[in-house]
Write a new protein. Structure first.
Lengths: 224, 235
């Protein structure tokens, strides 16, 4: 187990180090996310009370779109410079590659969320801060990243490369998106207690199922 | 290519007969439903098409797992057959449902769990087809498509549950009847028509699946021959 975690963290640190030197992924994600928020505000001409009502939807759609940037980039980074072959040559458990890449993507998405939420709150004068929201963001982004890392590894091997990722990913994500948006809405605007726990249960279930699927199937995705 | 097996021809004939009989039962034997009138007859085709669509996707997923286990390209052909037939029947199910919903619910479409799940399934399998189109190497295509078929199908029940948490207006077949949603209790004559329609569609599925599967295998064989011709001299 310790050896496994060592591999996960060494690939993780390698990616973070590369990102620290280039700053290409996080920078792009953040600017893109802020642009999307801006487009939403203008497209729907959100009034004050609508801004807080629409907050969960707008924020999660934005995170979803921004997330595809890091999902595509962390994988194509390896492909471009033949890094993936090197990773595959290493005598390590390949599931460790999956978890390290998922971890990197997760951190990027969490950082984006940590900046995006206060900015949205500030611009739109709504309060988004409570412990429940943090939990929903953690669970929601985790599920997103697990599914996304799996499918971005897959789409990397297609002729069309990253073009197809959103098409493959978003339909599969719908239960997750629905759960996070509903849970966030209940937390921000109040609702039935029982419904919140149902959504959280669904979120946790989604995360568990896709983590298990990742462990079982990732080997097969990178077989060549 | 081998000649059509006699069993398949028999299956074709059986499926055709069963469809005609089911159609006759639905139109003449089953009584006209009291509140909904003649449009209720759509139900017999609608449920059968939905069942066939789900069957297609389920079969596609099971054989996708078999492909990943064995690496035999015939399972890939089977998986693609299941998806293609599933998509056609799921589309028929959505269309026939809309035709029924217009007079009964007074709308072509609602965001009900079953309707939404059916639509999302169509999207997932449309993505599956795009994925297939975007890989050239047959073994790689088969492997990636199988993985996506499994990942896609995993999310189907989750999608259904998640949308179910919103209240539904879709009639539940086996439940107490609530006329306001279009739910009704089936009489025994209706049941006869219903189950014969279900059986007829299942036979039709089996026949179509077999044909499509044979086509897929013939395509594989053709590609193999072409490769042999292209590289034959160099081996």
């Amino acid at each position: 187990m310790k050896a496994f975690l060592d591999v996960v963290f060494s690939i993780f640190w390698k990616d973070l180090l590369a990102e620290r030197r280039t700053r290409e992924i996080l920078g792009t994600m953040l600017v893109f996310a802020l642009t999307v928020i801006l487009i939403f505000v203008f497209a729907f001409d959100l009034s004050v009370e609508m801004r807080s009502k629409a907050a969960p939807g707008v924020i999660w759609v934005t995170l979803c779109f921004a997330g595809t940037i890091s999902l595509n980039r962390t994988m194509s980074l390896e492909k471009d410079r033949e890094g993936f072959d090197a990773l595959l040559l290493a005598p390590v458990d390949r599931t460790a590659i999956f978890f390290s890449k998922a971890l990197v993507n997760w951190i990027y998405l969490l950082i984006t969320a940590a900046i995006l939420l206060p900015v949205y709150a500030l611009f739109n004068n709504v309060n988004l801060f409570n412990g429940g929201i943090a939990g929903v963001v953690l669970l929601g982004t985790l599920g997103y990243i697990l599914t996304g890392t799996l499918l971005s590894t897959l789409s990397l091997q297609l002729r069309t490369r990253d073009m197809l990722l959103p098409v493959l990913l978003f339909p599969v994500l719908i239960p997750l998106l629905l759960a996070v948006v509903r849970a966030s809405t209940i937390l921000l605007q109040g609702g039935i207690e029982g419904e919140l726990s149902t959504w959280l249960l669904l979120l946790a279930g989604y995360d568990l199922i896709f983590m298990a699927l990742g462990i079982i199937i990732f080997d097969k995705i990178i077989e060549e | 290519m081998k000649k059509t097996p006699p069993l398949l021809i028999l299956l074709d004939v059986l499926a055709s007969f069963a469809l005609v009989i089911a159609f006759w039962l639905i139109m003449t034997y089953a009584p006209v439903e009291l509140t909904m009138g003649k449009v209720q007859k759509v139900f017999y085709f609608h449920v059968a098409a939905g069942w066939t669509g789900m069957l297609g996707f389920l079969v596609a997923t099971i054989v996708a797992i078999l492909y990943l286990k064995t690496g035999d390209l015939k399972w890939d052909a089977a998986s693609q057959s299941g998806v293609e037939i599933g998509m056609v029947f799921m589309a028929l199910c959505i269309l026939s449902g809309s035709i029924w919903a217009r007079p009964v619910w007074n709308t072509w479409w609602t965001w009900d769990p079953r309707l939404t799940t059916a639509l999302i399934m169509e999207l997932v399998y449309a993505a599956y087809q795009l994925l297939r189109n975007s890989v050239d190497d047959p073994a790689r295509k088969a492997r990636l498509a199988a993985i996506y078929a499994i990942v896609g199908f995993t999310s189907v029940p989750l999608t259904f549950i998640s949308i179910r948490v919103f209240r539904t207006i879709h009639p539940v077949l086996v439940a107490s009847s609530d006329p306001s949603t279009g739910t009704f209790a089936m009489t025994s004559r209706m049941q006869v028509a219903f189950f014969s329609s279900l059986a007829a569609f299942t036979l039709l599925f089996a026949a179509l699946f077999w044909h499509r599967f044979r086509l897929g295998r013939a395509q594989n064989k053709l590609r193999q021959r072409q490769n042999e011709l292209d590289f034959g001299g160099e081996e």
